[in-house]
Every structure is written in C-alpha cells, then in structure tokens.
Design a protein around this ligand. Structure first.
Ligand code: SF4
Length: 363
C-alpha cells in the first residue's frame, strides 16, 4: 500500500507494516516500542518517506525501531531536568526572565529522538486540568520578571483555535508578559492546521508572538509546509527554527546546509541546532559533540551568517542551555577568566577554513 494521499495518521505498528514503512517480521518488537513511546506519522510526513530507502532521513525521525528498547548509560526520563525547575504543574522556570508553559501532551507526530518522550503521547496523563491552568497563569502573573512565555509541550498548535485564542489572551493580559513564543512541528507535520483562523488566534493585542518551527531535514519544507509558514509570516509573525542534530538525518555539511538554506528561504531565521538529549533509547540517533562542532565549522564555510544556527547542549540535570562551539578565539597569553581582558592580550583566531590568524596582527 502506498504512503501517498493517506487519509489518516498512522499510529499502530500494523499500519506502518501495511503501508510498507516497517517489516512484517518486526511487528512484535515494534509493538513493544509503541507500548512505551507514542507513534504517529501524519499523511504529510508519510508521503515524504521513501520506503525503498533503508536510510531515509524522514523515516529515521518517525518510524520506530528496536533500537529504542535499549537504554544506554546516562540516558534518563527527564534529560534536561524540567522537573527540577517546575514550581507549579505545567511551568518550568529555569531562567529569571522566561518560563516554559507546557499546555498539552500530544503532538501531530512523535519524533523517535524526543527529549520528552516519557511525557508525551495519548497514553500519558499530563494534560493540564482547568485548575492547574489557572494556577500556572497565576504563577506567571505573580512574577513581574517573566518577560517571555514559551508555549511547548507536546505541541501547542494541537490545541483548538478557540482554546489557543483564550490562552493567548490570558497571557497577553499580564502586563509584564511581552513575548509569547510557540514551539511547534505542526506547519511541517500537518500544514492544513495552519488555517487563517489559527493564524488569527496566534496574534494578540498586548504581546508579540514568535513561532519556533522544529524541522530537521530540508525535505520537510515541502510546498505545503512553505505555504503554511507563509500564512504566518505574511500575517506579521516572526519565525525562528530549531533542529536537532541527528545521526543519519542531518549530520553532514550538505544536509545541514540544505536545511538552513530552506529555513531562510521560508523567512525563518535559523536559531538553535540542539545536540541530541540523553532521552532513553535514542543513542542510535545521537552524534558526538566533536562531530557537531566540526559540522558547525563546515557550515560556516558554506553559508552566510543568516543561515547559521547556534549549536547548543542542554546540560543534563537542568542547568540550562550552553553554546558548545566550535571556538574560534583563544587567548595566546593566558589570563585569569575572572579578570578583565588585559590590553596586551593577544589571540589566535580561526577562520572558516581552519587557518589560524593572530589578533592584533603582527606589526
Ligand atoms: S513534536 Fe516535539 S514534543 Fe512532540 S514528539 Fe516531536 S520533539 Fe517531542
């Protein structure tokens, strides 16, 4: 059976097999995977998968495999330490001026590398009750230092337009909340959801909305996805990207270049390239940090600054995100990092080809 023009989202291993996305002999093992981690492949994503290619980069992101049953050392259910910074249900307050607001626990698609894979999916009991929602809004209202609220989950664009509209209005009514950022995969996974009505719900008096689109391979930016993105950008909503560096998906200079160029063509500024988090059963999709740093250096040699994301690592345990290079500047004469730079400090600067230069230059 073809994966073109599917009418519904595939959720069961037997459906994946029936549509040629998995082997019949893998049914039992895939059912074990699916009983632990949710599976969903929308018609738009299914149509992108080349099932004749065993290394298809779209299939690698969404089709479950037996590798997910192996938990490696260091992998953990809450890899970026959300729980350690959750003062009330639904809120993660890690940095002073912003909070994550986790509204939903469902997504249009379920990514095999998801860092919240233990928390998202239809079987997970993480939906915010009405009372918990009001508590979360109350927490944000009581903290004047919160300038930005980041709606995440799950995927906030799975909410109904009406519900989203109410949430946007509730947040924008709080004077100190000036930015509402929404992280989503919906424009790629289910572009039809980005209706004019939905775009209308995303814009709100009193706060500026930003959309962060999650995509990891240039092929995800189809004509339909680009049209959905254009509906938001044309309405005046600025967009940034977030991607995860994934083995066999985008861990080559050419794949990263194509992805970043595609974002910029869509008027999306590349923002973050995440190093893969230590989520359970995801080791087969992670690269090494050293590989990531080399790829970032290669990218700098291939595309303009407009196409450069920041390569970041979420420090396990909840200490936050750090840029992880590569480093282009090293002091030649070491100085104590606590002290101000000394006027006589000289540096070695790396150019995009890896050549070392001195700054200031030799007289
Ligand atoms: S869309 Fe985001 S939250 Fe949902 S499964 Fe993918 S990475 Fe996880």
């Amino acid at each position: 059976m073809s994966t073109r023009n599917l009418a519904t989202t595939l959720r069961e291993p037997a459906e994946l097999i029936a549509h040629g996305l998995a082997r019949p002999t893998d049914l039992a093992v895939l059912e074990r995977v699916a009983s632990r981690y949710a599976v969903a492949i929308t018609p738009d994503i299914a149509a992108l998968i080349d099932s004749s290619d065993p290394d298809d980069p779209i299939a690698r992101q969404f089709v479950p495999t037996a590798d997910e049953l192996v938990t490696h050392t260091g992998e953990r259910a809450d890899p970026i330490g959300d729980d350690a910074h959750s003062p009330v249900a639904g809120i993660v307050h890690r940095y002073p001026d912003r909070v994550l607001f986790k509204l939903v626990h469902v997504c249009a698609v379920y990514c095999r590398f998801c860092f919240r894979r233990e928390m998202v999916g239809p079987g997970k009991d993480n939906a915010l009750s009405d009372a918990a929602y009001l508590d979360a809004i109350g927490y944000i209202r009581a903290k004047p230092e919160i300038w930005e609220v980041i709606l995440t989950g799950g995927d906030p664009l799975m909410l109904s337009t009406r519900r989203l509209s109410q949430i946007m209005a509730d947040l924008a009514a709080i004077d100190h909340v000036r930015i509402i950022r929404i992280h989503t995969r919906v424009p790629v996974a289910d572009p039809d959801r980005i209706s004019d009505e939905m775009v209308g719900a995303l814009k709100v008096e009193g706060a500026t909305t930003w959309i962060a689109l999650h995509a990891n391979h240039a092929r995800e930016l189809t004509g339909r996805a680009r049209a959905a993105i254009a509906r938001m950008v044309d309405a005046g909503i600025p967009m940034v990207s977030q991607s995860v560096l994934l083995s066999g998906v985008n861990d080559t200079p050419a794949a990263l270049e194509a992805l970043m160029r595609a974002f910029v063509e869509c008027r999306i500024k590349p923002y973050y390239l995440h190093h893969g988090d230590l989520a359970p059963g995801t080791a087969h999709l992670r690269t090494t940090l050293e590989r990531g740093r080399r790829l970032m250096q290669a990218l700098r040699g291939r595309v303009s600054g407009l196409c450069q994301p920041e390569y970041v690592l979420d420090i396990p345990g909840g200490a936050g995100k750090s840029p992880v290079g590569p480093n282009y500047l090293q002091p030649e004469n070491s100085f104590d990092g606590q002290r101000e730079e000394q006027p006589e400090t000289r540096y070695r600067v790396l150019d995009y080809c890896g050549e070392v230069h001195r700054y200031p230059p030799e007289p």
